[in-house]
Design a binder for this molecule. Structure first.
Ligand SMILES: [Zn+2]
Length: 169
């Protein structure tokens, strides 16, 4: 289609050159008037073709974008099957990779918001927030708080003595 439009531009340019040649022949006034009219028509057609060419390029880009989105959608439909809802904490759900579909990857969780948008975004450690360990989504910035530890205390064993023997209390 682009070749056809480019060819039409070339043909119209030739017609315009011919019309210019008519003016140079110094014919009578009627022929000159007609040649000017022909040039205006040709200019209009050129403008229309230019617009059509621009519109076509826009449509072509849109088609390419949509094709890329279809490929991405098909990939996501396959990839999302690897994950299932997992209750990270009471009323805090994420999508965790199924044990039999890890494919050598470590256990990881996906952001539930991004999952619903069809985008795979792996939750990352976000440090300590409001007395909780937390995870965050690098894409949508959602922060998920993990439950506090069960006892709130860390178990400490007595350090061995200087000879490496366990100490008793
Ligand atoms: Zn997210």
């Amino acid at each position: 289609m682009m070749d056809v439009i480019a060819g039409a531009f070339g043909t119209l340019k030739t017609a315009s050159d011919i019309a210019q040649g008519l003016l140079a022949l110094k014919t009578d006034t009627a022929v000159s008037t007609k040649a000017l009219e022909l040039n205006r028509v040709i200019a209009d057609v050129q403008q229309q073709l230019f617009t059509a060419q621009t519109d076509y390029a826009t449509v072509l880009r849109r088609v390419q974008d949509l094709e890329a989105q279809i490929v991405q959608f098909k990939d996501w439909q396959h990839e999302k099957q690897r994950y299932q809802l997992y209750e990270l904490a009471p009323a805090t759900l994420v999508y965790r990779v199924k044990p039999d579909m890890q494919n050598g990857e470590p256990v990881h969780d996906l952001c539930p918001n991004c999952y619903q948008d069809g985008i795979k975004s792996i939750l990352q450690n976000n440090g300590y927030v409001k007395s909780h360990d937390s995870l965050t989504c690098p894409r949508c910035q959602t922060v998920l708080l993990l439950p506090p530890s069960k006892t709130g205390f860390i178990e400490i064993s007595p350090a061995p003595d200087a000879w490496g023997n366990p100490r008793g209390f």
